[in-house]
Design a protein around this ligand. Structure first.
Ligand code: GLU
Length: 462
């Protein structure tokens, strides 16, 4: 039974890197029938945490990640942290440091001049004299002076840090507020974390947090530091390449199933399987199998997965989802055929809504290039004759009826299919490309097909 958490700093929105670690943590908790908690790390940003939390919760809801219990806000817990600071002071495991900013700066400069790594020199660690007046002290924790800090990372293996690399870091600022690594360790311990899965940008916070755990006698969780997601160019993931609000994926027409599937595979695998339902993720996921090297964001793969999930979504659900994109099909009489056709062709809901609208709505204008390409030679005459053929035909209902009519038409006129296909396409949907013409005509019906042809022919005259 694993207890895990997602602990975002409320920076405004949930981005996909965050969602990925949240997903890994959630999967591990749910798989092991443990608990998954949400904690907002808002000690610095207390003011806007409510808004940011709302956004994170909204994104969680969209993708279907649920959390247990109430959201924990660090900003509500200052008294608790203060209690632990006092405890460490009382036990002699932490101490007041009266160094001024100027003194610290000077120390840093001297160390740098000697080509040493800047670190606090411990001058107040065993101080027993009279403290200087007029300085609000910070509180520093006593870090080990020698030896090594060792922990076994579930992804990166054994991490060993020499004690000399961690100085007596500040746990309370001069205004009494606690610092980041101190509160994270306390919260993870008090919230019962057994497994901490987070980005490897936090790897070097872990030794500091371990010092806090040890000073307070807390049991250490198991740590998993997940390598970053790189952009398609192999560099840090940029906004343009996907480092953006998770809800932006919703707006772009991605299904949450596709996004989760994409994210679970960005850094984890199970054989060569690519498609994972959430149930399968739950069955196979183990954080110990997370890759130890960085993964690369591949937008084509996300599109491919999205197309897969769109294809496999029942039509009534699709119709509902498409309403977000301004397409209302729930009571449309051609709903099934429309959705059957377009779910096979489209990679996003947005694209699907646009393409369906293109079929359902009479074109307002025509693509210039398409007009030029399609209307050469006899095109207009052919189109006119086809409108006539539509008029005269009986029994035009199914796509196959229209298909037969088109075939007969090109045979009788002894023309290649393109000679009618291209102009007809421009008339019906305003451009080249798009779905099968017989499908389009069957959906909009004979009268509308004729009306669209006449509209285009008229515009050519004008
Ligand atoms: N608040 C940190 C962040 O948003 C995460 C800390 C953690 O997971 O330990 O990057």
């Amino acid at each position: 039974m694993a207890t895990t958490r997602f602990a975002p700093s409320p920076t405004g929105y949930l981005h996909i890197g965050g969602l990925r670690t949240a997903l890994y943590s959630w999967l591990w908790a749910r798989k092991t029938k443990g608990a998954f908690k949400l904690r907002i790390e808002d000690t610095d940003l207390a003011r806007n945490s409510a808004e940011a939390t709302k956004k994170i919760v909204e994104a969680f809801e969209w993708v279907g990640l649920d959390y247990d219990g109430e959201v924990v806000y660090q900003s509500d817990r200052f008294d608790l942290y203060k209690g632990y600071i006092q405890q460490l002071l009382d036990e002699g495991k932490a101490y007041y440091c009266y160094m001024t900013k100027e003194e610290l700066d000077r120390l840093r400069e001297e160390q740098m001049a000697r080509k040493e790594r800047p670190r606090y020199d411990g001058r107040y660690r065993d101080f027993t004299g009279t403290p200087p007046s007029g300085v609000d002290p910070v509180v520093r924790i006593k870090a080990p002076l020698e030896g090594k800090i060792v922990f076994d990372d579930g992804i990166k293996g054994t991490i060993t840090i020499d004690a000399s690399e961690v100085d007596d870091f500040i746990i309370a600022r001069s205004d009494g507020t606690p610092t980041y690594n101190f509160v994270v360790a306390i919260d993870d311990a008090l919230m019962g974390m057994t497994d901490v899965i987070r980005g490897d940008d936090h790897l070097y916070n872990t030794p500091k947090q371990i010092i806090v755990y040890e000073a307070l006698g807390f049991k250490l969780p198991r740590f998993y530091h997940v390598p970053m997601i790189l952009g398609p160019d192999g560099k840090k993931l940029s906004k343009r390449h996907g480092a953006t609000d998770v809800m932006e994926y919703k707006a772009q027409g991605y299904l949450p199933e596709a996004l989760l599937n994409f994210l679970v595979r960005l850094g984890w695998s199970h054989g060569d399987q690519e498609i994972f339902s959430v149930d399968e993720m739950l069955e196979y996921f183990d954080p110990a199998d997370i890759n130890s090297s960085a993964s690369q964001y591949n937008p084509d793969k996300l599109l491919w997965l999205n197309a897969h999930y769109i294809k496999n979504t029942p039509n009534d659900k699709l119709a509902k989802l498409l309403e977000e994109f301004g397409l209302y099909l729930l009571s449309h009489d051609k709903r099934e055929i429309l959705l059957d056709i377009f779910k096979e062709r489209c990679k996003t809901l947005k694209e699907m809504a646009e393409q369906i609208k293109e079929v359902l709505e009479t074109p307002e204008s025509y693509d210039e290039k398409a007009l030029k390409k399609a209307f050469k030679g006899e095109a207009a005459e052919n189109l006119k004759a086809f409108a006539q053929a539509l008029e005269e035909a009986d029994n035009l209902h199914l796509p196959s009826d229209y298909h037969t009519l088109l075939e007969r038409f090109v045979q009788e006129r002894e023309i290649g299919f393109g000679k009618i296909g291209m102009p007809l396409r421009v008339a019906l949907i305003g451009r080249l490309g798009g779905p099968d013409l017989s499908d389009v005509m069957s959906i909009i019906g004979r009268d509308e097909s004729i009306a669209r042809i006449e509209k285009l022919l008229k515009s050519l005259e004008g």
